[in-house]
Write a new protein. Structure first.
Length: 179
């Protein structure tokens, strides 16, 4: 029966050395590719990140995958990401295909319920985003937007007051709902 906990010291050393070298190469490649690689992720960035992690795992654990092959995959994935983001900055059509478009979730204090349902956003998530922007009543909202990164942006109307509607879902909150 195959030993699942320990094979030999040579395989342990190989896994350690390859992981350190692979990790170092990956960090270097990400640093060279620029801050965009580490920015808030859209779907494309997320896919590249998962693929890079999978590649590092394969190089580290699979004896039939050489470090040089992993480096080629790193370079290819980061090169693809760089190329796609370069194109998306210059051509709006590429940007829309890769990143999508932001979605309006509320307008002038009115929640677009069908859009929330289609985007799988809950009212609790709306309340959290409002609170993070010091907005405590939906009447204070000019617009709420679901960004292509998954972030929710809340823009308030000027001169809003403080009835605490967005605190309704907070456990043990001590505000008076009747105000």
């Amino acid at each position: 029966m195959e030993n699942i906990f320990f094979d030999n010291w040579q395989s342990i050393l190989r896994a350690f050395v390859i992981t350190v070298l692979g990790y170092g190469t990956l960090v270097l490649a990400i640093r060279i590719s620029g801050k965009r690689t580490l920015a808030k992720m859209n779907a494309f960035d997320f896919i590249v990140t998962i693929a890079l992690g999978s590649c590092l795992a394969s190089v580290s654990l699979n004896k039939s995958v050489a470090l040089s092959e992993g480096i080629i995959v790193y370079a290819t994935l980061i090169g693809l990401q760089f190329s796609i983001t370069w194109l998306s900055v210059r051509f709006n059509q590429v940007k829309v295909v890769i990143g999508g478009k932001p979605t309006l979730l509320a307008y002038k204090g009115k929640i677009l319920a069908k859009v929330l349902k289609a985007e799988r956003i809950t009212m609790q998530e709306i309340y959290v985003a409002c609170r993070a922007n010091s907005i405590f009543n939906l009447d204070e909202v000019e617009v709420i937007v679901l960004e292509t990164t998954g972030d929710i942006t809340v823009i308030s109307k000027p001169g809003s007051a403080f009835p605490a509607q967005t605190l309704e879902d907070v456990v043990h909150s001590s505000f008076d709902k009747t105000e």
